[in-house]
Design a protein. Structure first.
Length: 80
């Protein structure tokens, strides 16, 4: 079975942007700091979602790709 990055990596877009930025800037991390911070924030957010769902017994622990936008939107609304 092939690993499905779209399903298993909710930060795939941010990861690709980080890799692209690094490649375009001769791997100067300073020039890509904001991109990397965004990627890390994404990983932290989805790690918390996964842990909370696991604690509550909700499966799958990582929401399906089509559910993720609503989860992010609901989180933003709750934390304004």
């Amino acid at each position: 079975m092939k690993y499905d990055q779209t399903k298993n990596n909710p930060c795939l877009k941010e990861q690709k942007l980080t890799y692209t930025c690094l490649a375009q800037n001769d791997y100067d991390r300073e020039k890509c700091e904001l991109t990397m911070q965004n990627y890390n924030a994404c990983k932290t957010f989805w790690g918390r979602v996964r842990a909370e769902r696991k604690r509550k017994g909700i499966q799958p622990y990582l929401p399906e790709p089509e559910e993720r936008e609503k989860i992010k939107s609901d989180y933003i609304k709750m934390n304004r």
